[in-house]
Design a binder for this molecule. Structure first.
Ligand code: GP9
Ligand code: MN
Length: 693
């Protein structure tokens, strides 16, 4: 290090003394460097240019065109890998570079083809699944003739031509002694390392978060470059396999103990009430419950949702249990009654595990099962996971007509999505068997900024007054206008209108016959706490928030925030035969046990409970170790709790619930990581066979 510092110092001093001479010297040094490293440089530049071309041909946005960070990241990776090439003698180092040149070109080529077909980037974890190979194979055949996919081949071609030309140079064949080759390796590694350091210090926490999750592939490629993306993809795909190599015996024991001690409930008054009925499950993006109690200027924010709640079974103390996998975590939990995993997300990292899910159970009963979501099928790895969860058909973006006009926020508007779903549903109904379908909405997704595209809905306070001249005048106080929560309310009002339109269309097309609708908000909208403080403490006279000392001030603290994250859960039977409000605390993992009892199926590996059996005794465990019962909300990070019924809570009860939560989270994680459902079933099969003999 000292040596390098002295060299830099001397160099700067010399520049001062003799600038012209030094610059000439520098030029000569660069020329010598280039002459001596032509092959390495050809490899580096062809690979980096290919990576940049791939980004330019796939994601056509200004942000992407102007991005420098992915170039730096790609350059660093190519240089670090290339520096090893110096350790070899000339002929071997050519082969080394050629192999990497081919690998990097293949990465660009495969991703180019993949992107044309799926509008996303390829993942090793998916290619390793047999059911995924077929569609990819088709994609290759369909797209192979496109010129832009073949353009990346210029890299290896140029590389080989350069090598052939260099071979004619007498000095090219000369091998440097090993000590000098080692030195060259070190110097190039250093350059690569400095680039990595420069890149790392520019990273934001959002970028790091998304990188670790790996599901938002376009985002990662745009910021980290294609090569970093692909390396990260290999690591995240292999990681679950490595972690599942250890601790299997212990996990299996805990799993058996857990289910042996679990209290299972028998039939109740709801058993089989919906047996044989069609099920339309609406996965409502970011829909929270508090909106159901809100009105602005005499207009309800969610009139249709409120109507469903009034006319059906409404669970008004219901929580989502998501972790970093947000939407996909809810899909996992609602369908399998398992919790999100401790690391990564089940949908991305554990897509090759065995799950018992609602669609699979109903499929066994003769149902046709399907899902619809108008976003790219690869979002959250749904293409793979929906099949895994037992949906026979996944209608994704490519099955819908998405235009500029019918797009809001992330993609196809909910209204257009639902109306385009009707003809599909008619086809499905014509199959003549009961169906189970999940409809995942999209419009009500953060950042709720496409305000002008939502149906008009003012979130201000309007009042009519008589002015001094005796004229009647309308005045308005801004209230929630211009806040994120205000925009959320406008967005959810739109989502609610789309829901209303869907139900009308279903009815008009005879699709509500023998059908129930199940609706759940997938998770909260992560709105700023201060916006809630304004919502509940607005003083129109000062256009600000009430003072904390004001007798009307409502202390919306962090506990209120947590409790306010509730989402709606409704089971609506259009016949109007089942109307009830259930206020027992309930979580997403209780949906499967509750609903499966009504539909006459059963998942032996469920972790939640049928709410009509467990009633007041329920507990909702969150992935971060927090939990809530009817009487207490516990924050495991702080080790503090809030009594919800103004009753004293014993330490012993807290301890018992903590133990329960921990063991539930561990068992759930082990089931997924160690693929315990598959192992348990295999063991049972073996046992049955032995007994038959
Ligand atoms: C993406 C949509 C949103 O297709 O379901 O996912 P989220 O960001 O809510 O997890
Ligand atoms: Mn979501």
């Amino acid at each position: 290090m000292k040596k390098i510092r002295t060299k830099i110092k001397n160099f700067c001093l010399n520049i001062k003394k003799d600038p012209k001479g030094k610059l000439l010297y520098l030029k000569k040094r660069i020329k010598t460097y280039v002459t001596n490293n032509v092959l390495f440089l050809t490899y580096v530049f062809t690979c980096v240019i290919n990576a940049t071309l791939l980004r330019f041909f796939t994601m056509k946005t200004m942000e992407n065109y102007l991005a420098f960070k992915p170039i730096l990241a790609d350059f660093a990776i190519v240089v670090i890998i290339g520096s090893i090439g110096y350790l070899f003698k000339k002929d071997k180092s050519f082969i080394y570079y050629l192999v990497w040149e081919i690998i990097f070109t293949a990465i660009c080529l495969i991703n180019s083809i993949y992107y044309t077909f799926y509008t996303s980037f390829a993942s090793v974890s998916m290619l390793s699944l047999t059911q995924f190979i077929a569609p990819v194979g088709d994609a290759v055949v369909e797209n192979v003739l496109q010129l832009k996919d073949l353009i990346y081949l210029w890299g290896p071609i140029v590389f080989v031509i350069v090598h052939l030309k260099l071979k004619k140079r007498a000095d090219y064949k000369r091998n440097l002694p090993f000590s000098q080759r080692k030195k060259k390796t070190f110097k190039h590694l250093l350059v690569g390392g400095i680039c990595v350091a420069l890149f790392t210090i520019t990273l934001t926490s959002l970028e790091i978060g998304r990188f670790s999750k790996q599901w938002n592939r376009e985002y990662i490629v745009m910021r980290f470059g294609i090569y970093t993306y692909q390396i990260n993809d290999v690591i995240t795909s292999v990681q679950p396999k490595v972690s599942s190599l250890f601790g299997l015996d212990n996990a299996t024991k805990k799993f058996h103990d857990y289910f042996a001690n679990r209290k299972e409930h028998t039939a109740n008054e709801y058993t089989g009430i919906f047996e044989g009925k069609n099920v339309i499950a609406i996965h409502a993006e970011s829909m929270q419950s508090f909106v159901m109690n809100l009105s602005f200027n005499g207009q309800e924010v969610t009139p249709n949702l409120n109507k469903l709640a009034r006319e059906g079974m409404f669970f008004n103390n219901f929580y989502s249990q998501v972790s970093v996998g947000t939407s996909s975590d809810t899909e996992l939990t609602v369908n399998t009654s398992l919790m999100p995993t401790h690391n990564g997300t089940a949908f991305v990292s554990y897509s090759d595990r065995t799950y018992i899910s609602m669609p699979l159970l109903l499929k066994e009963k003769g149902y046709y099962t399907f899902s619809m979501h108008a976003n790219t099928a690869d979002f959250w790895n749904r293409r793979v996971m929906h099949e895994k969860l037992g949906y026979e058909r996944f209608y994704s973006k490519k099955d819908f007509e998405v235009t500029k006009d019918n797009t809001i926020g992330l993609g196809l508007s909910d209204k257009s999505f639902f109306s385009q779903a009707i003809p599909y549903l008619q086809e499905i109904k014509n199959k003549g068997v009961p169906f189970f379908g999940t409809f995942i909405t999209l419009t009500n997704h953060t950042p709720f900024s496409d305000v002008e595209k939502y149906d008009p809905f003012d979130v201000d306070i309007k009042e009519t007054i008589t002015n001094e001249q005796g004229q009647v005048e309308e005045i308005s106080y801004p209230y929630m206008e211009g806040t994120k929560l205000g925009n959320y309310l406008k967005s959810i009002h739109y989502a609610d209108a789309a829901l209303g339109q869907f139900i009308t269309d279903l009815r008009n097309n005879g699709l509500l016959d023998n059908t129930i609708i199940v609706l759940y908000g997938d998770h909260d909208a992560r709105l700023p706490k201060n916006d809630y403080v304004r919502l509940y403490n607005y003083d129109k006279l000062t256009d600000s928030v009430l003072d904390k000392d004001d007798p009307n001030y409502y202390d919306f603290d962090s506990y209120q925030y947590e409790l306010n994250r509730k989402v709606p859960f409704i089971i609506w039977d259009p016949t109007g035969e089942h109307v009830t409000i259930n206020s027992n605390v309930m979580g997403m993992y209780d949906v499967l046990p509750t609903l499966s009892n009504m539909l006459g199926v059963n998942n032996p590996y469920q972790l939640g409970h049928d709410i009509f059996s467990i009633k007041d005794d329920n507990i909702v465990v969150f992935p971060n170790g927090n939990w809530v019962t009817n009487t207490v909300y516990y924050n495991s990070q702080k080790g503090e709790y809030l009594s919800l019924r103004d009753e004293a809570i014993s330490e012993e009860d807290i301890q018992k619930c903590n133990e329960y939560s921990e063991s539930l989270l561990d068992v759930s994680n082990d089931i997924i990581v160690y693929d315990l459902i598959l192992r348990d079933r295999q063991q049972t099969e073996l046992f049955n066979k032995e007994n038959e003999k």
